[in-house]
Every structure is written in structure tokens, then in C-alpha cells.
Design a protein. Sequence first.
Length: 513
Amino acid sequence: MKTEIYINEGIHESRIAIIEDGQLAEIWIERPENERMVGDIYKGTVNAVLPSLQAAFIEMGLERTAFLQVRDMMEADSAEYEEGGGGGGGRGHRRSRSYPLIQDILSKGQELLVQITKEPISTKGARVTTQISLPGRFVVLVPGGGEWVGVSRKISSLQERRRLRDMVNDLRPEGYAVIIRTEGRKKSEREFRRDIKNLQKTYERMVRKSKKLPPPALVHKEMGMTSSVIRDLFNENVERVVADSKGRYQEILEYVRAVSPELKKRIEYYRDRRPIFDAFKIEQEIEKLNDRVVWMRKGGGLVIDHAEAGTFIDVNSARSVGTRDQEENNLNTNLEAVSQIARQLRLRDIGGIIVIDFIDMHEEKNRRKVIERLIDEMKKDRAKVSISPQISEFGLVEMTRQRVRPNLLHTHSEPCPTCDGTGRVMGPDTTLTKIERWLQRSYAASGERKLVLKVNPEVAGYMMEDKEGRIKALRKATKARLELRTDPSLKPQEYRFLSAKSAADLTGTFNII
């Protein structure tokens, strides 16, 4: 697979585009006010212990307290680790095991070092672990994690795995566990020794710093987005790295000279005045990433909807034209959709629970083909993915994808201030009905009739239609003497009632809470 990396440095954000076989596969975006946090290590204080959840909240000086589960405090072993993408632990699926009670381990006010494994998302604080791990170019160092050597599962050769484990076990410092990353394949003892030594120095320096600082405090900042992507992804499979910032170009060049000098010829400095993402046709692809509908080449389409509970993807045949065999058409559209779904999940960095509604297929062999293709396509994803083994009787597939940071929709947008993120607003007829009910309640409770009604101009226009027919009907039905006023600051579903005598706002008095 032909892979290229393009780096764009702007005033307000940095962007990295990963191109695979000529297609945009991943986009990483970082802004000064929203820097990458996964892998950062803090000295924090236990804010609260929750026995019912077997978890604790940790005060780290961030906007929201972090969340620590009891299983993220336990010493792991090599069988529990699988290399992930991009630092901050590389933690994989845990085996079923029993844990001590968190109330027996932690108490309120206790100080401890924690590392962020998932960034704050929406109303949730960061997810943290006390099992510190420091990623390097070829290994991940796990201080106090036992004394073992793990090997990335992506290194499949048994002979190479044995060679690496034996070699690194001799280099492993006492009291540390070491995980060999995929990039460590076929590397020499000298390269491993240098990587482990640098990581050990980093940890020892961090411990000294933490002893001097009162909590909450940041004691170790993980590499920035660009540096970590170069560390984790730039290898012999990448044909070139192109950066439009001279400073960033020099920084990458110096790093590669130190760790993999054979790759320095693949680093390029982009000098053209035309924006780099425009020149390589990346910008036009990024512009589509927040579209709700994704069209496929043969006319089918995906509808992607985000909700608090998860992400829902509907596969539609839409404008697709195929053979007269409906089952075959549905299969072909679903197979094409699988490739696009796998690509969109990576591009948009969608995590959590994902439900896919495929077009109905009656034959079991066809449903199996779709699942097998989905599993195969998701192998390209560096995030951890779990997929249900079959399509349900309703044509649904459930899957989860590792959520580490907010997806692009959260990065690029905010909830709509009018609809509060629901995507829907009440029509003026519904608002008018709510106003009528308010008047009936107010009359029953107080008998006050002289009122000023403020509404959105759109609702006011609706009420004044048919020679003020609706407002007249409202006055007659409720016996209210209403003075109608427009207020552009109100949403279409909002209204305000004021006393005509005192100008006091009466809205909340007779609203249903």
C-alpha cells in the first residue's frame, strides 16, 4: 500500500493528512486551545471514591475531574497488552479477572500519578490510569508494571518474536516491563538499548519533578500531534513526508536522523505558494467530512447520524442501478458500503458504539460475505475494533471502535444554539398551542388578563396570518387581552409573558417544570 504523509501548519491549527493509495485515509487536527492530551501524566488528588461504580474522580486541574476505574490501577502482564495507535499506553483487551475493592485502595485527598488514556469528550472528563507507560520509537516502557517483555501482535513471525523477546529481556531495566512495538521488527540491539535508555531517563526525570510539585500538576507532556504521528507511522512503508513549515521540516529531519537515518531522503519541504492541501487535493476531501450523507460511486449512499448513545449508519441503495436480481443488487451495494464505512470511521475518527443498518438480504451466505468484508476492511484501522459476528434478523450490525479523542464533528462544530443539538425545532403551530395552555393555567391560577406576549418574528407572522385570525382566536378562547410583540432574540419555540401593569416576567410562574 502506497502511503504518504502531508503536514500543514497554520496560525490557528496544525493538520496532518495520511494518504493511502491516493485516497485520504486519516486526518489529524490540533489547535492551540485544544491540544492533544492522551499520554499526558499528572499528579492528581482523589476527589471522590465511588464504591457503587468501583471508580474514583481525580482532580487534575482540568475543566472536569478525570475518571479512574479500579481495573486501571492493577498491575498488568504481557498477555493483556496489544499495541495501539499513537502512544499513551497501547493498551489492549483485558482478560477477565477479579479486582480488589477501590475503597480499600483509595481514599479522598490521596495523591497519585495518573496518565490520560482518553481525552475529555462532551460532558465526560478524561479517562485515566495509574499504570504509567511511556511510548518510544521501538518500545513502550511500563514502569512498575512487573518484569516481562511483550511483543506487538502485528509481528507474526514466531522466530522474530522469540529473537526480540530474548534480546530486549537482557536490556530491560529492573522494575520495568517493556512492550516491543511493530516498528521494532528486525531492529538491532543498539537501537533498542538507546530507545529504552531514553525512556528510562524521561521517567526518572518525571518522578523527580513530581516530588517537588503540589497537586494538581502536569508532570509530563506527551509529544505533540506531529511528533507522535512521525514516531508511530513514519517507517519504510511511507514513501514520503511533505511539510509546508520549514521549522517543522527541520524538526522531523533531526528526529529521523537520530532514530532512522535511512528515511531522511523521504522528507520534503513544500515551497510552493499554493496551499499544500489544495495542491494535493486534500482540502476538498476534508470539506466533505461533516456531511451527513456520503455518496458512493455506484449511486448508493450512507447516512451518518450522531447521538449521545452512539453513531448510526444507514445504508441506502438511493440512485444505485444494477441488475434485475434484487438480492444481488443489495449485496453489491452493501459490499461497496462496507469499504466506505471503514474509511469514514477512520477519517471522522468515530468511536464508541456504532450501529449499521444494511439493506436487507435474504440469503445467509450473502450476509456472511458482508460481515467478512467488514472485518477485513477494519484491519486497516489502528484503533481497536470489535464487530458482532453476524447481521441481526433486522439487518443490523453492532460494533465498537476505540474512542480516544473527540471526533471531527466535535472538533469542528458546536451544538446548534436554536435546537440545542437535536436537529429539530418545534413548528409555530406547536408554539402557539403551548402559549394557549400557558394562558389557561395563568387564568385558572390568578385571573390576570392584561399581558404582553413576546415571540420570535416567525411565530408572530404565523399568528397574524388570515387577518390576525389566529391571535383573535387565542384571545377569544382564553379571554386574554394580549399585546403581541416580536423579539428576534427568542428561539422559534420560546415565548415570554410580561405583566402589562408591572412589566414583570410571568413566564416561569405558569410554565410546567
